[in-house]
Design a protein around this ligand. Structure first.
Ligand code: UT7
Length: 348
């Protein structure tokens, strides 16, 4: 069976830079706290009116398509991962298809938050392996800034996330041992409400835990109300320490699973590109796997956590910086809301 390879890669980040000190003008936070707990120094926020999740995805896709040596007309399938879509529906896939004037190809939207790009990559890999498609565009893009609250009540969430997009073009390769070696996908919905945005939603409080700190239960049951908006119930909710504890277990687990499936060890990894959730999480995973500094790529310092976009942005930056050469073993891994987690091993 043929494999799939990344034939082209690109990323786009908005030009507006917000430092930690900039955020401290809106809420009770400070550079020291943010850097110490997360490693983040600054992040990018999209232009409020001019840029959307789709338009940023388009910019990243243009670069990936050009580097793959094809045109937008050659793309025969689109997979778009995001948790911050332009519309509640339809998804960003069709909007990108329209913006890029692509043929009437299939467009699939993936909603797997931080591991969305890896889920999308895995789906694309299966379609290439079966011979169904030859040029699949996989995009991860986020405009978090539109739904973030810059008041102190939301500081544990708002200081972490940033905007941006990354994209790859997947093509078949006949070269023995090259390309995506394997992908590994997991989920456990037991803690779905630990990191979530509950509104707008049809849940009518069915799943909402009755515990202090969760959005006001009185306000549930309706799609979206002014009261929900005003009270902050419609904002993203995160129990950071609980997410952290789970992440440091699941990241190493899914990386080891990928290595074992390919009869490899951590020593064989040339570059680990983890989802940029928190620099402390990456460092912990690095230590646990016994990886050297030059075996792990992090750029959360500059962009914050860009969820579905973080892996392709980091992968592209690493590649552009010459940190990935042909034949290198690259490991991608992600963990996030759901919880969902995933990994991929690629022979570049
Ligand atoms: O991509 C997957 C998505 N998310 C993650 O991976 C997040 C994983 N979790 C984390 O990264 C960390 O839990 C956070 C960075 C979110 C928080 O760090 P923490 O060390 O777990 O802090 P904490 O939530 O336990 O809060 C400690 C203190 C609290 O004050 P008190 O109660 O001790 O007085 C918070 O109110 O820090 C306070 N705090 C802040 N202070 C200044 C929370 N956010 C901030 C802030 N600035 N931005």
């Amino acid at each position: 069976m043929q494999s799939s390879k990344i034939a082209g890669i690109g990323y786009y980040v908005p030009k507006n830079v917000y430092t930690n000190n900039d955020l401290s003008k809106f809420m009770d936070t400070n550079d020291e706290w943010i850097q110490e707990r997360t490693g983040i120094k600054e992040r990018r926020f999209a232009d409020r009116l001019e840029e959307t999740t789709t338009t940023m995805g388009v910019e990243a896709a243009k670069i990936a398509i050009e580097r793959a040596g094809i045109t937008a007309q050659d793309v025969d399938f689109i997979i778009f991962a995001t948790l911050s879509p332009d519309y509640y529906f339809p998804g960003c896939g069709v909007l990108l298809q329209r913006e890029m004037k692509m043929k009437e190809v299939g467009a699939l939207d993936v909603r797997n938050q931080c591991s969305g790009f890896l889920y999308a990559l895995s789906i694309a890999d299966q379609f290439i392996k079966t011979g169904m498609y030859k040029n699949i565009l996989v995009v991860g893009s986020e405009k978090h800034s539109f739904a973030m609250d810059f008041e102190t009540r939301s500081r544990n969430v708002s200081v972490i996330f940033g905007d941006g997009a990354g994209a790859v073009v997947l093509q078949p390769t006949q070269k023995e041992g090259q390309g995506i070696l394997s992908t590994h996908l997991h989920s456990d919905g037991a803690d779905a409400e630990i990191l979530a945005m509950f509104y707008p939603g049809s849940h009518a409080n069915k799943w909402m835990p009755e515990k202090p700190g969760y959005p006001d239960q009185e306000l549930g049951g309706l799609f979206m109300t002014t009261e929900q908006l005003e009270s902050g119930a419609a904002l993203p909710y995160m129990d950071g320490p609980a997410v952290f504890k789970k992440a440091v277990v699941k990241f190493p687990e899914v990386i080891k699973e990928a290595l074992k499936a390919n009869d490899l060890t951590a020593k064989d990894i040339d570059l680990l590109v983890p989802h940029q959730a928190n620099l402390r999480i990456s460092q912990y995973v690095q230590q646990l796997l016994g990886l050297k500094d030059d075996q792990v790529f992090n750029n959360i310092q500059k962009y914050g956590n860009t969820t579905a976009a973080s892996v392709p942005i980091a992968l592209c930056e690493a590649w552009e910086a010459g940190k990935i050469a042909e034949g290198d073993l690259v490991c991608l891994a992600a963990f996030g809301s759901g919880f969902t987690w995933a990994s991929a091993l690629i022979r570049w």
